[in-house]
Structures are given as structure tokens and as C-alpha cells.
Design a protein around this ligand. Structure first.
Ligand SMILES: Cc1ncc(C[n+]2csc(CCOP(=O)(O)OP(=O)(O)OP(=O)(O)O)c2C)c(N)n1
Ligand SMILES: [Mg+2]
Length: 214
């Protein structure tokens, strides 16, 4: 058994929504400003028996940088009501340590040495908006409007925090912004990955639903 290591990285608190027609008008009425437009390819990797994603651990190459997302607290899922919370790692050494721990294997010196398989790859066009701070808020909120190359669009309201103690207030802030934008859904809104798997990898999708990961 490989002992759990405490790795540090920002915690992303996020809520997805379906952006209706003229949604950007709502953002502008709230004083949101377009911060940047970007296009990137994400390629996701897992073992052939899907052990990472079944453990709610998401390894991807975004363009040419490795990124890992997983629940910040052991034994929990990242999905919390209709919001999500995931710790994000971007240092390849830390990612290799966390992935090898999840798979209960010795840590490789490079992620390339793990024989993982690509299970999803798609290009996203993203428009990112800065939301002006609300009275008394201590969080910076951004809204991403994403369109993936398989013809799917989704919005995300997102806050990054440094500690678990800040997660509750971030969840409240994200919920408040969704309410103001009129996109507060009671149940989780499917994201790009969920939709990609449903279309292209029905068996993997079914396993993740059964494991309550999606
Ligand atoms: C609503 C919901 N979202 C994600 C998950 C888990 N999950 C599935 S794929 C996945 C990894 C991709 O995360 P997501 O935020 O959906 O994608 P993206 O917006 O491109 O990444 P960002 O730029 O924000 O870092 C996760 C965490 C879940 N169970 N439920
Ligand atoms: Mg996201």
C-alpha cells in the first residue's frame, strides 16, 4: 500500500449551467467583462479498466501541459449537490505521485511511463468573463462559456480557493451568481466529458453513473 501524500493546489469550486440564447446579454447586465478567448485540446487518460475515473480522478493533457483533478477530501466525490469541488494539480511530479498512489503502484519518474490510454479528446472554444465582486464577497468569480467540437455548449461559474475552509463560502458565492444570472439548476448539469462519454463511450459512461462519479 502506498501512503497518501498531502499535495497542495487550488480547489476549484464550480457549478455548470445551460446558457440559453442571449446569455451574454445577462452577463453584460451584471457588469461582466470578457477577460479572454481561448481554444484548447484536452486529451484524457485512464487505465484500461478505468480505475482513475472510477475513483473520480481526472488526468488530462491540456495542449502540452498535464493537469489532474480529484476530490480534495479522501473518500468523497467531487460532486456536491449541483456543484463540484476538485483539487487541481499542474506540477507533473505531483501528478505522477498522486496517480501512482491511486493505482497503488511505485511512482514513475515520468507520466509517460505509466501505460495509460487516451479515452477522450476534444477541442474547446472558451469565452471567459470576469464577474464584478458583490458586496461583502471575498472571492473572484469567473464565468466560462464553452463550446466543444462535438457540438455541445455549457457554461460554468467558477471560484478558485486555497483551503478547504474557504469551500463553503465559495459554494455560496457560486450559487448566488447562478441565481443572479437565472441559471440555478437544482440538479447537476452535464458537462463536456459526461456528454462526450454518453455519445462515444457508453460503457465507460454507464460505469461512472453506477459508481456515482457522474
Ligand atoms: C457536473 C459535474 N462536473 C464534473 C464532474 C466530474 N468530472 C467529470 S470530467 C472532469 C474533468 C473535467 O472537468 P470540467 O470542469 O468538467 O471540464 P473543464 O471545464 O474543461 O475543465 P476546467 O477548465 O474547468 O478545469 C471532472 C472533474 C462531475 N461528476 N459532475
Ligand atoms: Mg470546468
Amino acid at each position: 500500500m502506498y501512503s497518501p501524500t498531502q499535495l497542495s493546489g487550488p480547489i476549484e469550486v464550480e457549478r455548470k449551467f445551460v446558457p440559453g440564447p442571449q446569455f451574454e446579454d445577462k452577463l453584460h447586465r451584471l457588469g461582466a467583462k470578457l477577460q479572454k478567448e481561448l481554444t484548447f485540446r484536452d486529451s484524457y487518460y485512464d487505465t484500461s479498466d478505468c480505475r482513475l475515473t472510477l475513483g473520480d480522478v481526472w488526468l488530462r493533457l491540456r495542449e502540452d501541459s498535464w493537469e489532474l483533478k480529484y476530490p480534495p477530501q479522501r473518500g468523497t466525490r467531487g460532486l456536491n449537490g449541483a456543484s463540484t469541488q476538485y483539487l487541481e494539480l499542474s506540477c507533473e511530479t505531483d501528478i505522477a505521485r498522486r496517480v501512482s498512489e491511486e493505482l497503488n503502484i511505485p511512482c514513475p519518474c515520468s507520466l509517460d511511463l505509466l501505460e495509460l490510454q487516451e479515452f477522450a479528446s476534444f477541442v474547446t472554444k472558451r469565452r471567459r468573463f470576469d464577474i464584478p465582486p458583490r458586496n461583502g464577497s471575498k472571492h473572484k468569480v469567473v464565468v466560462d462559456l464553452d463550446t466543444a467540437d462535438f457540438g455541445f455548449s455549457v457554461g460554468e461559474v467558477e471560484v478558485l480557493v486555497e483551503t478547504q475552509e474557504e469551500v463553503q463560502s465559495a459554494l455560496k458565492e457560486v450559487e448566488g451568481i447562478c441565481k443572479q444570472l437565472g441559471v440555478l439548476s437544482d440538479s447537476p448539469v452535464p458537462g463536456k466529458m459526461s456528454t462526450f462519454l454518453k455519445i462515444n463511450r457508453a460503457d465507460h459512461y454507464k460505469q461512472l453513473l453506477e459508481a456515482h462519479v457522474l
